[in-house]
Write a protein that binds this ligand. Structure first.
Ligand code: VG1
Ligand code: CO
Length: 541
């Protein structure tokens, strides 16, 4: 099989963001864009000669073609083996698990996660290391450096390889091992949770709706919830992955999963509702008449973790991304365990998990996970909730009310301003950053500022430092405001404004009303309307 060495030159804009390299699909399809980045991954990790990799994606438009290119390039650069999900499909948590289980050197995940897909949507590529987690910044920086000096890439000149049939085949000297994308992951879930209790729950008439949002989790959810645990047929909706996610936006939040929300708030709602994102690592939890914010979900899981067989011995610690609410902090304090605050993005949890310093981690953006893999895991979080409900025989609403009685309630919301002019967004952040040191002791819209900083993280395991991770402003009484710019968007800038306030007495307020003083303080401090030219956020979650 002829080996081609193709000459190329650096292409701008190949710097990985919060979660891999994410661009419009059209850009990924443009000449050499994907090839340059893949060859730069090989360079950044010190070559792939003799290595074993895992490969799969969320099934979005261009997934199948991109997988063939990655395989031909891995073979051309001397990889020994690539383990691929059938039809090049793998959810992100399933890919993480396969890397760990098979002792692979790393893996490539083809996904733009919660971003819409299709020819006019987005595509993405992420490299995960041998621990199964997203490459840390030390690695992504090497990959980025390679993209800036690349002059050629290697690829086999071969026909597409059959990825529909399971089993081992060869591509040049490389073995391509096509595996069932669901089986290993389903076994892992059975080893963590009390499946007998879950079967009994569904046998007792418990009703659930799982919205797979036309994305990758459908086959996993059907196999586990319906086929194994006995949830009734039709529990999983939008369960067949489609290249453009049914023209939807596969982001599991009350805005984009509105049909599910309406059902859960309606008469005759099922007991439990959940949704997952494009690549299956996010989760939304909603009970009958009760939405659970991801920050609250993390806190509730931590508080009830010992009901799950795998966590029955207690948690070693917990971790949350900085903008995630402080609800889990008080659970950790009550349990006498550490609570780490990390920058946004799952790559920052990897070292803590590897070192055994934390068991559970989570983000306000609907990501929750544990040390079972090194990614957030949507279906795992859903099974965790089911396991708790089965053991406690309680509704989601009653469980959350009980939780707030014990720990207080952190009213929480995120306001996103999308597609903002990048210059204006950066100016807003720079200007506020310049005023931070003078803010403590002053007032904003009637709230007294007690702290203000630009979040920097010193990794307690490897000592690396990450700066400029978002502006944190604390107010008297425990309220908090965070502003940061998204690292996953593909058009202009997205300003995220995270709002939080603690109430230890009243638990049934509307979140936006409870947060009105913090929203006013955000406007007073940052002049968001003026700077962005927007009257209101594009998305409120
Ligand atoms: C967003 C979320 C962040 C998450 C990241 C990847 O990043 O805020 O919490 O880790 O997406 O999630 P940003 O930089 O846009 O705020 V996924 O499920 O899209 O890989
Ligand atoms: Co995702």
């Amino acid at each position: 099989m002829p080996l081609l060495t193709v000459s190329t030159s650096p292409i701008d804009g190949q710097k990985p963001g919060t979660s891999g390299l994410r661009k419009q699909t059209k850009i990924f399809q443009s000449p050499n864009f994907l090839e340059n980045f893949i060859q730069s991954i090989w360079t950044g990790i010190g070559g792939v000669t003799g290595k074993t990799l895992v490969l799969g994606g969320d099934g979005r438009f261009f997934n199948a073609e991109a997988a063939q290119i990655v395989l031909r390039m891995a073979a051309a650069s001397g990889a020994a083996r690539v383990i691929v999900g059938q039809n090049a499909l793998l959810s992100t948590p399933a890919a993480s698990h396969l890397i760990r289980k098979r002792g692979a050197d790393g893996g490539i995940i083809l996904s733009a996660s919660h971003n819409p897909g299709g020819p006019n949507g987005d595509f993405g590529v992420k490299y995960n290391t041998g621990n199964g987690g997203p490459a840390p910044e030390s690695v992504t920086e090497k990959i980025f450096a390679a993209t800036q000096v690349i002059s050629e890439y290697a690829i086999l000149d071969s026909a597409d390889i059959d990825l529909a049939t399971l089993g081992e085949k060869t591509l040049g000297d490389m073995i391509v091992d096509v595996v069932d994308p669901v089986a290993d992951y389903a076994d892992l879930m059975a080893s963590i949770f009390d499946f007998d209790a879950l079967k009994a729950l569904f046998a007792g008439g418990f009703r659930m709706r799982f919205d797979a949002m036309h994305a990758i989790t459908g086959p996993y959810a059907r196999a586990i919830l319906e086929d194994t645990l006995g949830a009734e047929t039709g529990t999983v909706i939008n369960g067949t992955p489609s290249p453009d996610f049914g023209k939807g936006h596969p982001d599991p939040n009350p805005i984009w999963a509105k049909t599910l929300m309406d059902e859960m708030m309606g008469r005759d709602a099922p007991d439990f509702g959940a949704a997952s994102d494009g690549d299956g690592d996010r989760n939304m939890i909603v009970g009958r008449g009760q939405y659970v914010t991801p920050s609250d979900s993390l806190a509730a899981l931590a508080a009830n973790a010992t009901l799950v067989p795998a966590y029955s011995g207690g948690l070693s610690g917990v971790a949350r991304s900085m903008p995630t609410s402080q609800a889990v902090d008080r659970v950790a304090a009550a349990q006498g365990i550490d609570c780490f605050e990390t920058p946004t993005g799952w790559k920052f949890f990897g070292n803590l998990l590897d070192a055994g310093r934390c068991t559970l981690c989570g983000e306000e953006s609907a990501g929750t996970g544990s040390d079972h893999v090194r990614e957030k895991d949507g279906l795992w979080a859903v099974l965790f909730w089911l396991n708790i409900l089965a053991k406690r025989q309680i509704s989601v609403k009653a469980l959350m009310e009980d939780h707030w009685q014990r720990f207080g309630r952190n009213y929480y919301s995120r306001h996103d301003y999308e597609g903002v002019d990048a210059g204006a967004a950066n100016a807003l952040m720079d200007d506020l950053r310049g005023r931070l040191s003078a803010l403590p002791g002053t007032q904003a819209a009637g709230l007294t500022i007690t702290s203000a900083d630009d979040f920097a993280y010193d990794d307690p395991i490897d000592g690396s430092r990450t700066e400029k991770q978002g502006i944190r402003i604390g107010f008297d009484g425990g309220a908090r405001l965070v502003l940061r710019l998204s690292g996953t968007g593909t058009v202009g800038a997205t300003l995220r404004v995270y709002l939080e306030t603690l109430d230890t007495a009243v638990f049934d307020k509307d979140a936006q009303e409870a947060l009105a003083p913090v929203i006013a303080a955000a406007e007073a401090l940052a002049g968001i309307k003026d700077r962005t030219g927007r009257d209101a956020p594009d998305v409120i979650t």
